[in-house]
Structures are given as structure tokens and as C-alpha cells.
Design a protein around this ligand. Structure first.
Ligand SMILES: Cc1cc2nc3c(=O)[nH]c(=O)nc-3n(C[C@H](O)[C@H](O)[C@H](O)COP(=O)(O)O)c2cc1C
Length: 659
């Protein structure tokens, strides 16, 4: 397929973008003491080297009330200028146009991070937490506008080519635009002209002080399904008003809002190309500003299709370029098959940002560590060795790939007929085929790198010793306990009745090795995809599913990746029953005898089959056999300690780098 639309250059004010792919704004939360440092430099330079035409660096809070995360940059301080200049110069040297987002979240702040009351047009509630906000006086409005202007001046001094004024997701500017949150009766509320006065003043004054050779962008969102948010017609009218005054050079359109946060970073549960519909409406309005579509566009193929159809002038791919910083160059070189495709899982990007850690990536552990690991690239090993990797799950695949990239001679032995281990089973859950795509990507990479993959090869310690590899990597994974042990009932080592039959693990279910009755209980201790995705698979297949969890809510751990609410909505829609704060005391012929963790009361759930999404145990037998033979293998992934796939891939990468 020709992806030529991506590579047609575009004039943006005084700059020519070399292609149409933007690396849009996102909080990486990497600042140290409020300043950008080596971690930022490594992160952004890697994406500039990878071919992104324009990078929108993570937001600068424009005022004390705008601070949202621990890792935000110092607001209102010239201290940021010199460290940012290092980043802009290094990225511009790679051909990227550099923009910084300026933000103020208004009512939805975090007062005990900012140590400042949240400010908003009319003192509305925060949708970030349970706080209320302070209704801004006219003097405070002026002070905040000045904060935007001073921030833009600092950006210019730091070498940025422009700024992106944030009016998306019902942030402060959008709060002024939206009648729900702007009930003012002065010059800043009421008519459309008054409600847009704040944003227009911000942009007008930035242009006045920063001059003509400075890009000004506007970030907006599409949340038309939320009753109190602006409709698409209203949004087009507002953007057109700004455009008619020549206030911005581009407008970028994301999805979701503070009212439905999960749609700001839509996981694989949502359709692709979410910002494209409103972007198309803006294109049809005939703006002079360029229009960028963003949100779940994910692949170069999607980007090319949107651009080719004229639905946008530019496309922002954020998580796709977190996952593969070289996405653009690989596309240009006709190597789209080599792109490591984002899973839209949010587990290590939003999942870490939401906990106020710096971001990383489940499938690309170099994120946030570029400055330590030489980017997402590899240097040849000084001393190429023979390497035997035992186990073709995510840890073993990454170790084998990286070792081979560095010039080692690698054999990968996999006990089954397929690569991927338990991660492949996750990929068989509904809508999660991006995981099987990733495993196919590993297969292609290993083939290109000349890794010898031995399928159906279960090796014991003597056989491993006989191969005489210089290095042995043990990535044999973990196994379900099978005892029905529950952390909520630690005094019961083995669930009474677990040997009665009709009890399976999630792995058995997804591997189609389980005989299932109609009424299924999924006992989910983890609140993660292992149990939730299996329950979804079963409910979709027509089983009557009851999820029993010790947690106060179903899918608790998916809250980190903004995937819990849509998961619960889907399960509820499929008729699944949720039993929370409960454990199973006995599995009987009739079903499960449960116990409430709140009252201790016993109750029954009639069922034919029990599926255990309880803990796994590392498979270490081979490890100890090898130690006894005097071989010390690199023990990685679940074989070291059962965890999520992110840990396995990270340890695979580190092992491959260290050999
Ligand atoms: C970790 C993370 C942090 C984000 N922070 C911001 C932000 O500070 N400002 C913003 O406008 N968008 C932010 N976003 C939203 C992205 O700009 C983008 O709209 C979203 O990720 C969907 O696009 P994608 O599918 O290409 O990733 C963030 C996204 C992620 C993954």
C-alpha cells in the first residue's frame, strides 16, 4: 500500500513540516524538581530521530492554580528556559518542529499537588476529585491570561517554534466556552463572544508579543455525546470564530473529556480514529488553520487514509509513537511490518502517569530510559556469544530479539507449537488481537534476525547443558496454583471441593482446554485482564457469568489504565453478575458457598463451573536443576516472579542489553 499522503510536506506558518505525523502533547511526568532533564531529552530526541514532523512537548502549567502533577514543570519560572533549549535544539537538529502545550485545567485541578485552590469561571465542581473550585474574579482572569502569555514568551526563549493553547477536555478555556460551567453575567460569560473572550485574548496577546514567526495551535476535543459538553456544531462555530480572527495556525482534535476521562486515552475497547469526525467537520468549514485529527489513530495506514480522504491535514499519533518511536521512518522506508504496534492498553503510559510516575510502555520498556539505554536502538555486542533462550513468552521473545539485534547467535526453545506463552492467551480475549499481532511481529523480527526458533521443544537441564550455550536465559513463565488459594482467606491453603471437578484456570479457558457448563463463576482476585477478559470471553460466548471478587469493585486494577468502566459496562451489558467483597469458602455439587468479607455471612451461588483467576507461581524447577549442574541462567519474567507482561518484556530487554 502506498502511504504517500503521510509524506507530503506541509507549510505551517514559517515552518515546513516534513510529513504529516505529529507526536501530540502528553504528560510524561519526567520532570526532576520541575525541570526537564536528560530523561526528557532522551525521550523526545528518540521520536525526533524516528521521523515525527512535529513534537508537542508536554504541557507547561501557566499558573500556580494550573499545576496538576508532581512531574509538572515549574510554572512562572525562567529556570525552565535553558534546560528546554537543550531539548528543542537537539530535536530541531533531527528535523522536528517543536511546540509546547500550555495548560490550565481549571476546576479539575489537584489542590494538594498544586497547593492552590482550583480556579474556574463560575466555581463549578471538579471532575478530577470531590473538590469544588473558586470563581475567578476579573483580576484573576487577567492574571491567568498573563500567565499564558509569559509562558509563551518563555517557550520562545527556549527555542520552541510555537505553543499549543489547551482548550480541550473541558479544561479552563473550555470551561469558559461551555454554558454548563460558565454562568457569568459579566464580559466573560453569556454570549458566545463573551464566553470565547478568554481564549481569544490569550491567543491574541501571545501573537502580539511573540510575533509573526511563531506557531500558535489550539487543542480541542470531541465530547458531543456528553449532554453538558459542546456539540459538534457549537465547537465548529467556536473554532471558526477564532479562525476568522486569524488567531491560530492549527487546531488539533482529541476525544473524551473530564466527564468521560477514559475516552481521552481510549483503550482497545473503543473504535479507532475517534477525533476524525470533528476534524472532518472543521475541514468542511473551510478554516484557514490546519486541522489535526488525534485519538486512537494508531497506525500509518489509518493516518494515510484520513489524510488521503481530506478529513484532516495532520494526524497526531501519541501512544503509537510511544510504543515505536521510529514509526514514521519505518513507514517511509516501506517497513510498516517492522513497526511494533501499540496495544492501546494504557498499562504503562497512562497506568503510570495516573499514579504520578513517569510514563513507560508495556511493549517498549525503553520509554523513559532512552537516556540510560541508548534510545530504542542497539549497539553491537563487543563479544558475540551463543545464547539459548528457554521459553517463548514475552520475556523470552524480547530477550532473544534484543540479543540477536546485538549480534549474538540465538536459539529460542519453546515447549509448545506457538510463540507467546500466556500472553497469546490474553490476545485471544475479546478485542485484544493487537496482542497476537505483537507476537506475530516478534516472530517476523526473530526470523529476520536469524534466531533459530525450536518449537515443541521442552528442554530439561541435561539437554540445556548439552547445548553448551555461552549464556542461558530462562523464561519459562509461571503456572496457575490450582489450589483455589485466596489471599482473602489466607488460613485456607486449598479450597475445599477444588478437586471435585469442573474447576479450571483462566489459562485453560482461553487455551480451550476447559469443559465448561452454562453457569460459570469467575473467581477474580486480580481485577485485571486475566480474569476480566476471560469473563468477557465467556459472557460473549453465551455463558451465564458471575464474577466473584474480594475487591470493592469489579476490574479494580483496570482503573489504572482507564479501562475499568468500559469493561464493567460491557460485562453488565452481557448480563454478567458482579459479587464484590466476597470469597469462596467451598466448591460443592451445587456451586459455590461464598462468604461476605464485610459481614462474614455465608451465601450460595448456583453454578456448574468455577474458573480461577487467582495467583500464579513461578516455574522454578528447571532453574534449580540448572544450578545443580553448575549453570547459572538469567532468570526473567514470570519464571522469576509472576507479574504482568510489562515486567517480562522489561526484563527480556535488560537481559538482551546486558549479554
Ligand atoms: C500518558 C498520557 C498523558 C497525556 N497527557 C495529555 C496532556 O497533558 N495534554 C493533552 O492534551 N493530552 C494528553 N494526552 C492525550 C493525548 O494527547 C492523545 O489525545 C491520546 O493519547 C489519544 O491519542 P493516541 O491514541 O494517539 O494516543 C495524554 C495521553 C497519554 C497516553
Amino acid at each position: 500500500m502506498s502511504l504517500k499522503h503521510i509524506f507530503s510536506p506541509l507549510q505551517l506558518r514559517h515552518k515546513i513540516l516534513k510529513n504529516r505525523i505529529v507526536f501530540g502533547a502528553h504528560t510524561t511526568n519526567m520532570a526532576q524538581d520541575g525541570l526537564p532533564g536528560d530523561q526528557h531529552l532522551g525521550y523526545y530526541v528518540e521520536r525526533a530521530k524516528g521521523g515525527a514532523a512535529m513534537i508537542v512537548v508536554e504541557p507547561m502549567p501557566v499558573h500556580a492554580a494550573a499545576v496538576l502533577t508532581r512531574g509538572n514543570f515549574r510554572h512562572s519560572s525562567d529556570d525552565v528556559i535553558a534546560p528546554f533549549r537543550r531539548i528543542t535544539e537537539a530535536c530541531q537538529a533531527e528535523g522536528a518542529v517543536m511546540i509546547q502545550q500550555l495548560y490550565h485545567v481549571g476546576a479539575h485541578g489537584d489542590w494538594d499537588n498544586s497547593w492552590h485552590a482550583n480556579w474556574s469561571p463560575s466555581g463549578g465542581p471538579s471532575y478530577h476529585d470531590n473538590d469544588g473550585s473558586h470563581e475567578m474574579t476579573v483580576a484573576e482572569i487577567e492574571e491567568t491570561i498573563e500567565g499564558f502569555v509569559q509562558s509563551a514568551i518563555r517557550c520562545q526563549k527556549a527555542g520552541f517554534d510555537g505553543v499549543e493553547v489547551w482548550a480541550a477536555y473541558h479544561c479552563l478555556l473550555d470551561q469558559f466556552w461551555t454554558p454548563f460551567s460558565n454562568q457569568r453575567s459579566d464580559d466573560w460569560g453569556g454570549s458566545l463572544e463573551n464566553r470565547t473572550r478568554f481564549s481569544r485574548e490569550v491567543m491574541r496577546r501571545i501573537r502580539a508579543v511573540c510575533g509573526e514567526d511563531f506557531i500558535i495551535g489550539l487543542a480541542i476535543n470531541d465530547a458531543a455525546e456528553v449532554e453538558v459538553c459542546l456539540s459538534r456544531d457549537e465547537m465548529v462555530e467556536i473554532v471558526a470564530l477564532h479562525d476568522a480572527e486569524g488567531l491560530m495556525d492549527y487546531v488539533t482534535v482529541g476525544s473524551g473529556s473530564y466527564f468521560e476521562h477514559q475516552k481521552i486515552l481510549p483503550t482497545f475497547q473503543y473504535p479507532e480514529n475517534l477525533g476524525a469526525d470533528l476534524a472532518e467537520r472543521l475541514k468542511q468549514a473551510g478554516l484557514s488553520a490546519r486541522v489535526t485529527a488525534e485519538s486512537n489513530i494508531r497506525t500509518p495506514e489509518n493516518a494515510n487514509t484520513l489524510l488521503g480522504a481530506g478529513r484532516s491535514d495532520l494526524v497526531s499519533i501519541v501512544r503509537g509513537q510511544i510504543a515505536d518511536p521510529h514509526l514514521v521512518n519505518k513507514t517511509r522506508e516501506g517497513r510498516t511490518d517492522d513497526i511494533r504496534g501499540c496495544l492501546c492498553c494504557n498499562q504503562q503510559c497512562w497506568g503510570r502517569r495516573g499514579r504520578d510516575y513517569y510514563i513507560s510502555c508495556l511493549i517498549n520498556p525503553s520509554v523513559g530510559h532512552e537516556y540510560l539505554w541508548g534510545g530504542d536502538r542497539f549497539t553491537p555486542a563487543d563479544n558475540p556469544k551463543s545464547v539459548l533462550v528457554v521459553g517463548g513468552g514475552p520475556a523470552g521473545l524480547e530477550a532473544a530479539r534484543v540479543a540477536a539485534e546485538r549480534g549474538h547467535r540465538v536459539i529460542l526453545a519453546e515447549a509448545s507449537a506457538e510463540l507467546g506463552g500466556q500472553f497469546r492467551l490474553a490476545g485471544l480475549q475479546p478485542r485484544r488481537a493487537q496482542i497476537t499481532d505483537l507476537i506475530d511481529w516478534y516472530g517476523r523480527q526473530l526470523a529476520q534476525l536469524g534466531v533459530e526458533v525450536r518449537y515443541n521443544t521442552y528442554l530439561d537441564a541435561d539437554e540445556i547443558a548439552a547445548i553448551s550455550a555461552d549464556e542461558v536465559v530462562l523464561a519459562t513463565g509461571s503456572l496457575p496454583e490450582g489450589t483455589g488459594f485466596q489471599k482473602a482467606l489466607p488460613h485456607i491453603a486449598t479450597l475445599p471441593g477444588v478437586g471435585r471437578g469442573n474447576v479450571s484456570s483462566t489459562e485453560d479457558v482461553m487455551g480451550r482446554a476447559a469443559r465448561l457448563g452454562h453457569r460459570v463463576i469467575v473467581l477474580d482476585e486480580g481485577g485485571h485482564w486475566r480474569g476480566i477478559g476471560t469473563a468477557w470471553h465467556l459472557a460473549e460466548a453465551g455463558h451465564a457469568v458471575t464474577i466473584v471478587t474480594p475487591d470493592a469493585m469489579i476490574a479494580r486494577e483496570l482503573g489504572r489504565s482507564a479501562a475499568d468502566l468500559p469493561a464493567r459496562q460491557t460485562l453488565a451489558g452481557l448480563g454478567a453478575r458482579f459479587v464484590t467483597e466476597a470469597a469462596i469458602a467451598e466448591w460443592t455439587d451445587a456451586g459455590a458457598r461464598c462468604v461476605s468479607l464485610l459481614t462474614g455471612e455465608a451465601f450460595e451461588i448456583a453454578a456448574d463451573t468455577l474458573v480461577l483467576a487467582t495467583g500464579n507461581r513461578a516455574d522454578t524447577a528447571l532453574y534449580h536443576d540448572l544450578l545443580a549442574l553448575g549453570i547459572t541462567p538469567h532468570l526473567i519474567g514470570d519464571a522469576s516472579a509472576p507479574r504482568l507482561a510489562a515486567a517480562a518484556i522489561r526484563e527480556g530487554r535488560l537481559t538482551g542489553l546486558a549479554l
